[in-house]
Structure formats: structure tokens, C-alpha cells
Design a protein around this ligand. Sequence first.
Ligand code: MTE
Length: 318
Amino acid sequence: MFIRRRKGWEIRESEATPESLFFDRRTLLKGGAVAAAAVGLGLREAFAAPDPSLALYPAKRNEAFTLDRPVTPETVNSHYNNFYEFGSGKDIFDAAQALKIRPWSIKIDGLIEKPQTIAIDDLVKAMPLEERLYRHRCVEAWAMAVPWTGFPLRALIEAAQPLASAKYVRFETFLDRVMAPGQRQFWYPWPYVEGLTMAEAANDLAFLVTGAYGKPLGKQFGAPLRLATPWKYGFKSIKSITRISFVEERPKTFWEQLGPSEYGFWANVNPAVPHPRWSQASEEVLGSRERRPTQIFNGYGDYVAGLYAGLENERLFI
Ligand code: MTE
């Protein structure tokens, strides 16, 4: 029954006009808080206390990661998001401002030498922050390019010291039905869960994101901590993480529980393997009228293709 239900992030780009396309960022800044509220930033954000990690941004850019397209304007992708905790449409910006991001702690547990619960501000100070330009490819066939700030997941793994029995990393989002109205929709298997193999998690590209566009991460992007795995479909990039567990069993992920034939565990980008209900051959570049051919592993094959040797019998591209 669930997989028959059409998800918000499956609407075609042509059916949804990103609210942000109507805005001009400079006008917003000039107009101040009242104008900002009027055009969608929201009073809560306009008058919010500064983020305690503000001084850490912007971080130095790691020039190893380059783009084949311009960075998507912040105003565009800040108003075209998937964050089901705050609604199944694209325009969850205002609703997501209810996300309370301090205090915020992350439980790191499971098959490791050093289980701990760490406050986000202690974590960001302990980790080597850098900026990376990454492409992001949603399974729905739209794409964006974002300057994320964060640190390699591998740095956290090294600090956690996994045991040999750990085979997967499992990520979990907060669960708070009062704060997040989407979580009152009982037909979804909350909380949102994602997972990677240990080898995927230790890959250079796997990135824990704490900021974007040279400042702390906006709530709509999944503050204060989200994942970026740019060679995989975007649903793997779990937002607002509260728990990272090292486990032996492959985690049952949120979308896999809802539709295993459509949203699998691996979800690697491949133009030649269509989603059961649409083609993945090309992608809509968010904020432009351009369509580009999809690239295998979203163009990151040099980094990740080797991870899948010997796994040819798995459904690697769904
Ligand atoms: N994480 C949580 N917790 N909840 C979500 O609904 N949506 C996923 C992913 N992470 C989602 C999530 C999907 S489908 C995509 S495409 C990306 O977040 C969207 O990220 P963006 O809104 O920053 O573009």
C-alpha cells in the first residue's frame, strides 16, 4: 500500500515551482527582517540567536572536489527540499524552522571501542572542518550542486575505533512528534534511518555535513548534522542525525521499508538502470531549465567503483 502512494519527492519538476525562484537574495538582505519574513525566511529565523558554531565558518575549501556545473543558488535549493519530518512537499522551509538544534547531541554506539554521546559543538571542534563542492542527485531525477562544510565520516570512524565485527554504519534522525508534524504520519516507519557498509563509510567521499554556503547548516538542509554520499541517490543523505551505530546486520532503511523494489539499500546512481516508474537517464538541474545526462555513480566512479567489486549480484543501482 505504501509504495502505491505517490511521494512528495516524486512530483515532476514541472509540477512544482520552487518558491525561491521568485526571490532575489540581495533584495532580501537589504529589506531586513520584516521583508525577509514576508518573502519566506520566517520571523523565527530572522530573530534567532546566532549559531554557537558560527565562528568556525567559512572553512577552507578542499580543492580536490570540483564541479562540472555552477553551484546552485542558495535561495533555490533552500526552498526545494525533501525533509518528510516537516511535510511531504518541497517547500518545508518555514516548517523546518521549528527544528530545535541546541542542545543537540549525537550518540555514537554499537560495535566500537569508544561509545559516547557527544554534543554537536564539541564534535565540530574536534573534527577537521573543510568545504567541498559536491553534486547531489535525487532519485526523482533532479540535481543540485552545493558547497557543503563538514568532515570526512572516516575521521569519526577512526575516533570511534570499530571492532572487526562491525560491518555497517547505521544513522538515525531525531524522533519528536511534537516538533516535527510529519512524524505524526503513522504510516511512515519513523525515525528516518540510513546505512552504509563500513567500506562505503570509510571512502574519501562520505562526508558528514555541518554547514553549507560558508555558514552553519540551515535547518531545511538537516541541521546540525547530515550525511552527504554524492555517488548515491539523495535519500541516502540522512538529515538531522542523532545516532550513529556500528552494527553487524545491514540496517533496514526508511525508504527500503516503504518500497524495497523502488528504494534499495545501495541506491548508487546509474543512468542505465531506470527507477521502476521513471527513467534515470537524465536529470533536471535545479534552478535552471537545463537537463543533463546522468553519470554513473553521479560522476564519482573514480572514487567509488572499486567498492562494488564482487557485489555484482546485489541490486547496486536501486
Ligand atoms: N533525511 C531525513 N531525515 N528526512 C528526509 O525526508 N529526505 C532525503 C534526504 N535526507 C530526507 C532526508 C531525500 S529524498 C533527499 S533528495 C535529500 O535529503 C534532500 O536534501 P535537500 O533537501 O538538502 O536537497
